[in-house]
Design a protein around this ligand. Sequence first.
Ligand code: RUQ
Ligand code: CUA
Length: 688
Amino acid sequence: MTASTLASRSRHVLALMIAAGSVLACITPDALAQEGRRRRGGDQEAKPVQLSPEQTDQLTKIATDRKLNVDDLLSAAKTYMPSGRHDDYVLFSSGGQSGQVFAIGVPSMRLLRSISVFTPESWQGYGFAGEADRVIDSLKINGKVVAWGDTHHPALSETKGDYDGQFLFIGDKANSRIGVIDLRDWETKQVVKNPLTVSDHGGAFVTPNTEYVIEGGQYATVLGYGYAPIEEYKKSYRGMVTLWKFDRAKGRIDVANSFALELPPYWQDLADAGKNASDGFFFLNSFNAEMATGGIEKGNPPFEAGASKRDMDYLHIVDWRKAEAAFKAGKAKMINGFAVLSMETTAAEGILHLAPEPKSPHGVDVTPNGQFMVVAGKLDPHVTVYSIDRIKAAIASKKYSGTDDYGLPILDFDAVKEAQVELGLGPLHTQFDDKGYAYTSLFLDSAVARWTLGGEYDSLNPEPAWKLVHKTPVQYNIGHLCAAEGDSASPDGKYLISMSKWSVDRFLTTGPLLPQNFQLLDIGSTGTTMPVIYDMPIGVGEPHYCQMIKADKLQSWKVYPEVGWNPHTQSLDPNAPKKGQEGVVRDGSNVIINMTAIRSHFSPEHVEVNEGDHVTWRIVAAETAQDATHGFCIGGYNINLSLEPGEYTEFTFTADKPGTYPFYCTEFCSALHLEMMGYLHIKPKGTK
Ligand code: RUQ
Ligand code: CUA
């Protein structure tokens, strides 16, 4: 073969490949998805299963070889998803120190994706858009970039106390921030920093129509980043809870219409919003009502002893509609530029009442009908149940057992208590199902307790009210748990996740740092027991809380609505370059690059700038097919973008290091993905 026939042949092959690429590019997403389902058997019909004698033998042999018993086979059948089949639920989990949120399919426990919130993450192009990166800017605290978070509590947006699938909020305990994720494209749209306090814990959770996203504090400080010596703890340190106003139409927290309540320096802990019967209230636990100040280095009792001396701490009962009215009436004062209702105001306006609660509680969880608040005391084997009717009656008749050191009224414990249920050691958090059961995590027992609710739930339960009915051991040390829609006004039952903190021997050893363990329990199909049917290692951070939503409530976009879409503004961007408008526009040393990306090329492919130029680079992913994502990176300049179908993105940098820089697509998008590249030529000063 001569050199010229070889060349013509390879041109021919190339032409074929490009043709194939453009065929792929014009297949509609739906056609592609259908084809995929057909190929993968996702649509297969449910037929009654009948095993032939050979199949029975085969199954028995597999089970014997793999040492599986019948329960294992049943668990496998309950969790296995054939290729192409979709999960029934999506679990949104906090990602702990990873600063992210994880989305996991249930019952298969397959990780679907992570969502970056407080931590830059390169695959999603989150925080890698050069000098004026919007994400990096949003992560600044007092002028410094704080590029990680300790995500604890995700909260799905709600309508009438039920998840509506529109937004997800997540708190950063380490830095007292709230992230807002839009569930149309599963991207973080906003991060707000609380100007009052350094760290938080009791958030995020939402009021029943997502009027407010609530962030409770934890470790008391001098509000507004103030200073006072620890000797002045009682006088100067304060707790807080912040009500962030949510603007659903804009999909953003409206900071100007947000406010906080000043609280005593008890360490406020977890919290929950009332709903139905208790709509208009929210509830916050606390520990360290002792106001212990620690100091083992000076021979004082350590925090752990000092903060658990007394028998009672305080449940904080907040009437948030009254608080909102006081804020709107101008009764707040400003601390560090943020509106705060003082304790005098909250006491005078009847906004805040305290109720005693047993020793160092942790979770407070409101039943689906809103009638009861379940408080779990980590040093008390009981859960204590309060009733909203009793609370309202006690407030109305001023049934107080006194006031605390700050003049806040304390409701009489016996007047507001409905029941106490003995469950076991270390009760932490409670969730609910559709059958009148409550489920409480027992940290020290390493178990999930199922128990019966009373009141309106009596008729649902065959067993007597307020009674432990079953315990399932988990491995090991469960923190939160999460049942399907189990903290909403209409829980589904079916599945429960035990967020087990220690995995010890559950998986292969991964060095001294081991994953956490999400254990899936079947709480729907097995009568009285609730077996563990799956273990999922989480090796990316220590999740705290998660929420599980019915998958069909999510209205996710398959691609961005139009080519040139700006995910930050959620609208078409006027700056987005159109096909045919690609090129370089120069204004002195300011250079704008207008670029499009479509399988399998960037246009332009050569970009020339001068050393010292300030470059604004605009890229549109001109794709409309589902999953036709491109990436874009420039090595050495810390640039990496994720260009999802239709997405418009912009980045800026100063071309301060001359040279020849290949840029390329970082997502394997097509057969000619490796060819999807170009050169950035940064000409040294003085080049002609
Ligand atoms: S908690 S330590 Cu949600 Cu039990 Cu954060
Ligand atoms: Cu586009 Cu690879």
